[in-house]
Design a protein around this ligand. Structure first.
Ligand code: VGL
Ligand code: ZN
Length: 201
């Protein structure tokens, strides 16, 4: 069984949002067009408390995009984004959500960031997503969403470790830093991830 994963298709990652990904909104119609081809559609949502320590504003001497160490892990400091209950944390208004069977939220613990939909960045706590997928006999995951070089990339890495076959639908994602994404793309191919266009499905 195959599942479609929608990673963080949220307003704050769209043009005009707090942590905008260029052309992020262009993936929404692509994702909407794909959903009918899957038995299972799952979404993740970045869901931070206002005091989250990945936010630059919660550090005295730092600004957005500074690199620091946070509780022993490298951390990029971000503009405050996807704060729980705000409009920025909602899905894009045009995202078709009626087939989304479950939403896995992440990034609630203020002390650690959580790019992957499976684990926090320290791999200390699971979201339960891999167990959920296994219970439903899912073997292959098709990845879409934002951002290609953070939450999508790290979700794929964890999915591979958990034994899922992974496919990245390239026109259904966009990167914060396209150069970074290009390097990661080579890594994903080397790791056995299929990278396809939505038209191939
Ligand atoms: C993301 C940076 C911080 C993402 C989330 O969804 O890719 N990136 N929080
Ligand atoms: Zn975040």
């Amino acid at each position: 069984m195959k599942a479609l994963l929608l990673i963080d298709v949220q307003n704050d990652f769209m043009p005009g949002g707090k942590l905008a990904v260029s052309e992020g909104d262009q993936i929404v119609p692509v994702i909407n067009g794909l959903q009918n081809q899957f038995d299972l559609v799952i979404a993740s949502q970045d869901w931070h408390p206002a005091e989250h320590l990945s936010f630059a504003r919660n550090h005295l001497r730092h600004k957005a995009f500074d690199q620091i160490e946070l509780n022993g892990l490298p951390q990029t400091l971000w503009p405050a984004h996807c704060v729980q209950g705000t409009e920025g944390a909602e899905f894009h208004p045009d995202l078709d959500s009626h087939r989304i069977a479950a939403i896995f939220r992440k990034g609630m613990n203020p002390d650690i960031d959580s790019y992957s939909a499976f684990y926090d960045n320290g791999h200390m706590q699971s979201t339960g997503l891999s167990g959920y997928l296994r219970e439903l006999q899912v073997t292959t995951l098709y990845f879409t969403g934002l951002a290609a070089d953070f939450c999508v990339y790290y979700s794929i890495q964890d999915a591979l470790k958990a034994g899922f076959q992974c496919v990245l639908i390239e026109d259904a994602t966009r990167a914060i830093d396209p150069e970074n994404h290009e390097k990661q793309r080579q890594q994903l191919l080397a790791d056995g991830v299929a990278i396809i266009h939505s038209g191939e499905l």
